[in-house]
Write a protein that binds this ligand. Structure first.
Ligand code: SF4
Length: 420
């Protein structure tokens, strides 16, 4: 990048809407890393991961904005990550002004109502009390209305935000002899392409500047009518961007760490929060409030079934652990997984220093690997029918002594323990 070219861009920006860009750029001193020290340079290269450090007011945000506009004008694709939705919308307004409409925001759907309220409050705080007079262009990306409400009868309640059936409509069957009145294949709402609720998503397709918050990038997915592949905007931004600029990278790193949960308790006692208990509570509350209508969505149904299976499995494991001191001591404290238990069981049965164990150990490892990859036999690839049948019985049995006997016999054979 050439510094003088950036100042030229800044002058152009001032000519469109003056914000003192050129003067601010001239006052910025950029020092890049040399062999042994940092030197001021009129040219610099942005490649790989680079940090831009500077005290408050040093001009980092100025450089961010001028660089973004400069690259976008040259056809570059840039993603800018900032701290909050208000800044996102303001930057989109500015970038659109300076690039002729090349910018669009990535906003999660769930917080739109909240963000709109905040924007109203902020404008009211600046002296405009009449909500109808609030004209910030950012509002056009925060639309929550649904046209289908106009088709409802007077007796129907207005659709809540999360009830809009955007990709879950069903066609009426046209054949007079059809068994069903409604097709089972969901289709996208015919108003989708013009729906104000999806304005951001529509514009993101052509936009070369994407602006978002970390939460927007991680939470929001590209809508199904635009892309059949299930993909979050974070993944799309990584794939398509020539440059990703992250404002306040240390704070964003903390947010990402929190979102991706580097260390949480999966299942815990009454004195600590646990992920599974939170999930189960959340699932029960949401299904109750939605009268289980969410289960019409295949993904929700699959997720709910998975949570139920995990809960059942956890309860079975806990029942064994709390009832058996020797088992608790064998498992020891801390976490365990199917993989760590498998390693320990195989190591105890076929220790490294034993002779003639290589082949049986390999056979047992292969079989348990296949079982771990496909415990319920419902995925493509190899299946282990006997183990799958047994695990299903263990999870659902009401006759535990009989199942335990069956399991013991099976494990004696599997681990070749009959001569001990
Ligand atoms: S896409 Fe259709 S169903 Fe969804 S909010 Fe817009 S008008 Fe309503």
């Amino acid at each position: 990048m050439n510094w003088d070219e950036l100042i030229d861009t800044a002058k152009d920006m001032d000519a469109i809407e003056p914000h003192d860009w050129a003067r601010r750029m001239r006052s910025v001193r950029l020092r890049t890393r040399g062999k042994s020290t940092f030197r001021e340079k009129r040219e610099f290269t942005v490649a790989g991961i680079q940090h831009l450090l500077g005290i408050v007011g040093a001009g980092k945000s100025t450089l961010r904005d001028v660089l973004t506009v400069h690259l976008a004008r040259q056809g570059g694709r840039i993603t800018v990550v900032v701290g909050d939705v208000a800044e996102t919308l303001e930057l989109v307004r500015l970038y659109n002004l300076y690039t002729g409409g090349k910018a669009a925001p990535i906003l999660g759907a769930s917080g739109k109502e909240r963000h709109a309220q905040r924007m109203h409050r902020r404008l009211a705080g600046r002296g405009e009390a009449n909500v109808l007079a609030h004209k910030d262009p950012g509002f056009s990306y925060l639309g929550t209305s649904c046209v289908l409400n106009t088709l409802l009868s007077d007796q129907d309640d207005v659709l809540a935000f999360n009830q809009a059936p955007c990709t879950r409509l069903h066609r009426r069957t046209v054949r007079p002899d059809a068994r069903r009145k409604w097709s089972t294949v969901p289709v996208t709402c015919p108003y989708w392409v013009g729906c104000p609720r999806y304005r951001g998503a529509h514009e993101l397709v052509q936009a070369t500047i994407w602006v978002s918050t970390p939460a927007g990038l991680v939470d929001a997915a590209i809508p199904h009518p635009q892309n059949a592949e299930k993909i979050r905007y974070l993944e799309a931004a990584c794939r398509r961007s020539d440059l990703v600029i992250i404002d306040e990278a240390d704070r964003v790193q903390m947010q990402l760490d929190r979102m991706f949960a580097p260390a949480v308790t999966l299942v815990g006692g009454s004195d600590s929060r646990s992920l599974l208990d939170d999930l189960v509570g959340h699932k029960t509350r949401e299904l109750f409030e939605g009268a289980r209508t969410q289960l019409s969505d295949h993904d929700v149904e699959v997720w709910t079934a998975a949570v139920n299976t995990i809960t059942t499995t956890t309860d079975r494991l806990y029942a064994m652990l709390v009832a058996d001191r020797d088992l608790r001591e064998w498992v020891r404290t801390g976490y365990f997984s199917a993989w760590t238990l498998q390693l320990r069981l195989i190591e105890e049965r076929y220790p490294d220093d034993a002779t003639d164990v290589e082949e049986p150990r390999r056979d047992l490892t292969d079989l348990l690997d296949e079982f771990r990859d496909n415990p319920f036999g419902d995925r493509a690839g190899k299946v282990t029918p006997e183990l799958t049948a047994l695990v299903n019985e263990v999870l659902t049995t009401g006759r535990q002594p009989a199942t335990r006997r069956k399991l013991t016999d099976f494990l004696v054979e599997l681990f070749d323990l009959s001569r001990f």
